[in-house]
Design a protein around this ligand. Structure first.
Ligand SMILES: Cc1ncc(COP(=O)(O)O)c(C=O)c1O
Length: 405
């Protein structure tokens, strides 16, 4: 057989979170080396288990979940999501008909962009981003255009930069709020300004709110759809992180805002949902029960495990000379900055690889999140506080003697 090659549409598609450095870590593990993997937000890998009541819902519906569901999802799940949107997120007028269930938010990001984009359409994406957004835009032959998020302003979006980047090809603005990889929660003022930009330029908002319940200290989170009922907003969420059920692949997208004029797009989503028959049904049965949680999640509150881990990594990272990080308010991620005057790094993937080889600790380089400079990296703070402090000490030690040719 001649060489089996990939389609050219994959040429510029990247997902560094599971990329070259992670593959090298896997080789090292296969050779028996103990690697501390701080690269993926998978709570179960760190024995951070789902709340026990979600297990009851899974067990209870095992047999009922044997068949396909409606392509959009089970009505009980969609109704629970609609109620959550209206009662908890204050998004007006959402009904079960506005909700599409998916195999995680990941599948729905791809389906949405397939339904939305024509070749050359531009999508405004935050930098840094969760790189699946960029990958899916490219896969659909759209063009990612990055707007800056400002580290000096708690990683809030730079509104002037968003305005500068709009052209007559712009179709949509992506928000990731709370944010992976920075741990930011966006201010209402920023959200209102983004909604205003969408209004002025007739853009659709794609708001990834996967972490809306993964918030420290009971801080509030606002869905942009609640502030802009007149703007079409697709709001994405799921149980992977809020209920630590990544493996069940439960996600949803809600078409919020005016219904008029969105009929064809909804039909497109329905077509794509039907082509993959349905999402994992057993996972969908957990949704009503999971969304009945009032919160806040004790693991994110003072003294809780994630809260302790966040503090441990934030404090110990900031103790390293020439390394600093904004304190994450949400998520499981911190995105520290390396002072390149002190440590002249010109290739951050090489930095991550060298750190892995020398210290057996796996982090993800910042350019993997479509950050333009080689001066950031992401740490997942799901490991125990003691391990995170150890990782930071090892990083300090590594950087002290590190230089790139
Ligand atoms: C911001 C963000 N969106 C979406 C996803 C995808 O999550 P899932 O497909 O498990 O719902 C992730 C996973 O890490 C994420 O961080």
């Amino acid at each position: 057989m001649s060489k089996l090659v990939t389609a050219s549409r994959l040429d510029n598609v990247n997902y560094d979170i599971r990329g070259k450095v992670q593959q090298e870590a896997n080789h090292m593990i296969a050779e028996g080396i103990d690697v501390l993997k701080l690269n993926i937000g998978n709570p179960a890998a760190f024995q951070m288990w789902a709340p026990p009541h979600t297990h009851d819902a899974i067990r209870e519906h095992l047999q009922e979940a044997e068949g396909y569901s409606d392509s959009r999802g089970l009505l009980v799940a969609r109704q629970a999501v609609a109620d959550y949107c209206v009662k908890r997120k204050r998004i007006e007028g959402v009904t079960a008909d506005d909700v599409f269930m998916g195999n995680g938010v990941s599948e729905l990001i791809q389906m949405t962009l397939t339904a939305l984009l024509n070749k050359g359409d531009e999508v405004l994406i935050p930098s840094p981003d969760y790189p699946l957004w960029t990958a899916c835009v490219i896969l659909e032959q759209g063009t990612p255009v990055y707007y800056a998020c400002d580290e000096e302003s708690d990683w809030n979006p730079d509104i002037a930069d968003i305005r500068r980047k709009i052209t007559d090809k712009t179709r949509a603005i992506v928000l990731i709020n709370p944010n992976n990889p920075t741990g930011a929660i966006y201010d209402d003022e920023a959200l209102k300004e983004i909604a205003q930009i969408a209004r002025e330029h007739d853009l659709i908002i794609l708001s990834d709110e996967t972490y809306d319940r993964v918030i420290m200290d009971g801080l509030p989170h606002t869905s942009i759809a609640a502030l802009a009922p007149d703007v079409v907003t697709l709001t994405f969420n799921g149980l992977s992180k809020s209920h630590r059920l990544c493996g069940y692949r439960v996600g949803w997208v809600v078409v919020c805002g005016p219904k008029e004029g969105t009929e064809e797009f909804r039909e497109g989503l329905y077509l794509l949902a039907s082509m993959r028959l349905c999402a994992n049904v057993n996972g969908q049965y957990v949704v009503p029960d999971a969304l009945a949680d009032e919160g806040p999640d004790p693991v994110m509150m003072p003294g809780g495990r994630a809260w302790e881990q966040r503090n441990a990594i934030w404090e110990s990272i900031n103790e390293i000379p020439g390394v600093s990080a904004v304190k994450p308010k949400a998520t499981f991620y911190i995105f520290p900055k390396i002072d390149l005057k002190k440590y002249p790094i010109h290739d951050d993937e090489q930095f991550a690889l060298d750190f892995l080889h020398q210290k057996h600790i796996l982090v993800v380089n910042g350019t993997g999140f479509n950050w333009p400079e080689h001066d950031h990296f992401r740490i997942v703070f799901l490991a125990e506080a003691e391990k995170l402090r150890y990782a930071a000490r090892e990083l300090g030690d590594f950087l002290e003697g590190y230089h790139q040719d």
